[in-house]
Write a protein that binds this ligand. Structure first.
Ligand code: CMC
Length: 436
């Protein structure tokens, strides 16, 4: 990170009236240069204004890089395609947390540590029984992950590096267990304990789909598919939920509370909730013949309808994750012998029509990761209400990696954005009897 820490010879000049200020320009290792406005208020008395953070780098990070114009996604420099094809999810977790790919011994040790933390405190199951059966599994996940801080007091001291790492491993290990419990509770089946001789993805599938009266046989093709889906979702730099985790963590809140905040943010349909919304939309479209009607609605500014699973704040090209997801979708359907999936037919045709439509071409709106993930997850046996839960499970490592990076930065301060105030000016209180 020498480059970003060293100010380049260039500066940007800001002129207001007859005064001007030189602002340092910082270089990353790749990606756009950044104008450092950290001293702007002190020097000029002015703030910058960027709602939605479209032009603002909120932090320095060494974890994930996205080139939205080229459709590139790198974790610690490694392309997502290579990690999804040749690596496995726990290897990706190690890479995101420690910065380098593990050696065989490091990988075995990490797998062992994660596997040994998969059980949750037995009292957690009683906590679950307080929820209504029809509670959305995301509501249950937000609450149960937040509740981990009430159960694991010995890993909430953020100043202790060992406690930070234990909390990190605990969440990577326990969130699949909590996610599966949320699912089982939702469908009225008994909770299934983790089985430590299975790999991460197979263990999760078993906790979701096995029942006490029948032994569950893990299908390696499906387990590999879910592992790849986890890798695809593992991190995505400073998106809304990750920024939420960083902001929550910047106040010194414990890691379990911060990740619960990230899960809450992910739930929204513009973010992680889009996979659920995309599948619902395909069902609502119902047949290939009705696609033009929905394309017309998506383009109509007076209609709030949007093509779910389409468009991205950063990608102005095909989302590289969507390509791998599309391939995984075909593999899963093939393995399950699903020759005709009407929703897949609608998705393929919808994509074809949209990618030729001037509206979508002009705005560079391409399918994102959520477009094909719903069809894949549904084929794997998950109800739509679980889709965002799976996203949260996989993104946990990214949130943790970003949170750790922030806490371990010696210059870390509380995140405190400012505002452009447009409310009332100072005025005096009027007693209620005198108000009109
Ligand atoms: N359908 C129709 N029009 C769209 C869509 C869409 N899905 N997405 C963007 N647009 C239009 C939008 O109306 C605007 O048009 P105009 O310039 O005429 O006003 C233009 O494209 C730019 O859109 P924006 O809302 O300013 O873009 P944004 O960067 O603020 O929003 C987004 C990005 C992902 C929220 C948005 O594309 C969207 O709502 N997509 C559907 C939801 C979705 O699939 N979300 C998942 C994102 S990927 C996974 C994740 O991050 O969790």
């Amino acid at each position: 990170m020498d480059a970003i820490n060293g100010t380049s010879a260039k500066t940007a000049t800001l002129s207001i009236g007859d005064k001007s200020w030189d602002l340092p320009i910082l270089n990353g290792t790749i990606g756009p240069q950044v104008v450092d406005i950290g001293k702007l208020y002190g020097q000029t008395g002015m703030f910058t204004y960027d709602p939605g953070f479209t032009s603002t780098a909120s932090c320095e990070s060494q974890i994930t890089y996205i080139d939205g114009d080229e459709g590139v996604l790198l974790y610690r420099g490694y392309p997502i395609e290579q990690l999804a094809e040749d690596g496995d999810f726990l290897e990706t977790c190690y890479l995101l947390l420690y910065g380098e790919l593990p050696t065989a011994a490091q990988k075995a040790d990490f797998d062992y540590r994660v596997t040994r933390h998969t059980m949750v405190h037995e009292q957690m199951s009683r906590f679950f029984h307080g929820f209504r059966r029809d509670a959305h599994p995301m509501a249950v996940l937000v609450a149960s992950v937040g509740a981990l801080s009430a159960f694991y007091h010995d890993s909430t001291d953020i100043a202790d590096p060992q406690q930070r790492m234990i909390a990190s491993v605990r969440m990577i290990a326990k969130i699949p267990t909590l996610a599966a419990m949320a699912y089982k509770y939702h469908i009225g089946q008994p909770f299934v304990y983790p089985k430590n001789d299975l790999d991460y993805a197979s263990n999760f599938l078993r906790m979701c789909f096995s029942v006490p009266c029948e032994e569950y046989k893990v299908n390696p093709v499906l387990s590999r598919a879910i592992d790849r889906i986890f890798t695809l979702h593992a991190d995505h730099e400073q998106n809304a939920s990750t920024s939420t985790v960083r902001l929550a963590g910047s106040s010194g809140a414990n890691p379990f509370a911060c990740i619960a905040a990230g899960i809450a943010c992910l739930w929204g349909p513009a973010h992680g909730g889009a996979n659920e919304a995309a599948l619902k939309m395909l069902g609502e479209i119902g047949s290939v013949e009705r696609i033009p009607e929905f394309i017309k609605r998506a383009k109509d500014k007076n209609d709030p309808f949007r093509l779910m699973g389409f468009g991205h704040r950063v990608y102005k090209n095909y989302d590289p994750r969507a390509k791998i997801m599309q391939k995984t979708c075909h593999e899963v359907l093939g393995e399950l012998g699903i020759k005709d999936d009407p929703l897949l037919d609608i998705a393929v045709e919808l994509e074809r029509i949209a990618l030729q439509d001037e509206y979508f071409v002009e705005r560079k709106l391409y399918p994102n990761i959520d477009f094909y993930s719903g069809i894949t997850l549904r084929a794997l046996g998950f109800p739509t209400s679980m889709f965002t839960v799976l996203f949260a499970l996989a993104r946990t490592v990214g949130w943790i990696g970003q949170w750790k990076e922030m806490i371990e930065d010696p210059g870390q301060r509380i995140g405190r954005p400012r505002q452009l105030y447009t409310g009332a000016q100072r005025r005096d209180y009027v007693p209620i009897a005198r108000r009109k």
